[in-house]
Ligand binder design. Sequence first.
Ligand SMILES: Cc1cc2nc3c(=O)[nH]c(=O)nc-3n(C[C@H](O)[C@H](O)[C@H](O)COP(=O)(O)OP(=O)(O)OC[C@H]3O[C@@H](n4cnc5c(N)ncnc54)[C@H](O)[C@@H]3O)c2cc1C
Length: 610
Amino acid sequence: MQTHQYDVVIVGAGGAGMRAALEASGEVRTAVITKLYPTRSHTGAAQGGMCAALANVEEDNWEWHTFDTVKGGDYLVDQDAAEIMAKEAIDAIIDLEHMGLPFNRTPEGRIDQRRFGGHTRNHGEAAVRRSCYAADRTGHMILQTLYQNCVKQDVEFFNEFYVLDLITDHDLSTEDMADGAEVNATGVVAYDLATGEIHVFQAKAIIFATGGAGKIFKTTSNAHTLTGDGMALALRRGFPLEDMEFFQFHPTGLAGLGILLSEAARGEGGILRNSDGERFMERYAPTIKDLAPRDIVARSMANEVREGRGCGPNKDYVLLDLTHLEPSHIDAKLPDITEFARTYLGIEPYTDPIPVYPTAHYAMGGIPTNVEGEVLRDSHNVVKGLFAAGEVACVSVHGSNRLGTNSLLDINVFGKRAGRSAAAYSKTASFHDLPADAADRTIAQLDEMRDRPEGERVAEVRKALQETMDANAQVFRTKESLDQALADIRELQARYKNVSVQDKGQMFNTDLLEALELGFLLDLAEITVVAAINRKESRGGHYREDFPDRDDTNYMLHTMTYRRPATAGDTVDGTVENYFDHVEEFGDYKIVLGSKSVTQTRYEPMERKY
Ligand SMILES: Cc1cc2nc3c(=O)[nH]c(=O)nc-3n(C[C@H](O)[C@H](O)[C@H](O)COP(=O)(O)OP(=O)(O)OC[C@H]3O[C@@H](n4cnc5c(N)ncnc54)[C@H](O)[C@@H]3O)c2cc1C
């Protein structure tokens, strides 16, 4: 076992982690720990763009952007956070520009901008060009640019190190803490993939930037590695997760595969059609049509299929039509995604429309933070020394439905903020002693998994999990479907206790790590479904057929889910605004659902029409 000491440790080297590293590493001793080589992080797969009201090609301002974000999120957005994000968007783009990011240009040489769903002029009048982009590889450019700047700044990376535990001075998964009592994050335990060796990192401040959890679903745009590690580790240490019932289904995944075709395709003029050739979005969102927010478009598509207007032999998808666009325009603006259609479906987008269907894309929920990136341990107390940013976090700027291009923005704005806050905090804080047994829990878990001679196969349990989530917790949900998903997950949790791995070795044992990642997925799927059962309304990405309306009287609240020992009380610290007051018992533990109020500043909730 090796030990290390840094002022700031950042877990994750995607956009959020590296943006934080650029802030912190110039100020204090900083390390970045990442299970993937940095430039393989999912941020590099982002296609369509990053928005900011630059008003380079059309009139625009940050206030319209704030409004669109709040409305897009079906009013569950914390409006103070959305305002910060929209205001700081402009500097975030300029920062990247100065770091060398090659944005597409207007003929005058300004940063070009394109349309994206839900981004409008003057509170919904018409779609506005707000997304800055680099063809359809914007995320790739962001990730490479941030990495190059990290290298230039000598940021220290621990590549292919898996963080498997978070060390705190009080373990809230077993202890109750009084309101206001101090809880400190003191370090992390990591596993070096190359050698199998355990490393303990002591830190004054830790930033979780571990990205999303799309692999709880089968049909997803997310990479194989998006297993929600940071969320699951926080949950297991007794910290809450916020708004986990809200998962975004992106309208245009390649049918049957889930591989993403960016919304930029519609931003550049692409149209969705059903089996009658009808541009059906005209019926669902008469003003901005195909550029309505994702929750609305995904639901409309699923509805067309349900009502028998789907395409193909099984009538189970709709078509994304780009055939009216000039091939030269397609090549210039959408080169990668049109190549995906050719490679994976054998479709030529110049001449034929592309089969598409919604695909699990983005976790609106995550580890709750304030706008400085500090993690909350209940509805108002922070965990000292623990920060989170990016898709793993819930600030909440996306509410119940994120607008396209707001995530690349989120990771830059709140990655930067978290990096700054953590560095500033570490300058005044001191190190906390780590217990001698800090790594024992992790070592025991690894040994147990490796030593089990035979048992369930990881791939089979994972497949069963993903299938039930697709069948029962996707675009349309009911109490019955969610109960079914929960029953399946419970059974899979039991089977997981017998999972064994074939590779018993120390070096590059990805088999072993996939088994641990499956444990994270099961915990997160369970939380997602329990939170979805509890929310008896429809809002944003969470649509309950048995409760089809939004219910602001009872549900204008963030959900805070806690995993507690069976013996603990049903309120968390006795202080949570426990409106939901719902407890789900699971034998040795239970899930307690609390709530947190939504911050409203200038926008009163209204009916959402587009
Ligand atoms: C196909 C696709 C296209 C998209 N297009 C857009 C777009 O055009 N515009 C937009 O705004 N958004 C887009 N998004 C969403 C956006 O890209 C992501 O939400 C965002 O990039 C997430 O960044 P992140 O830094 O939080 O996480 P990631 O980039 O996913 O990085 C996570 C990091 O955490 C590390 N990590 C995870 N677990 C561990 C662990 N246990 N130990 C150590 N390290 C760990 C990984 O190694 C990785 O470095 C897209 C997403 C997808 C999937």
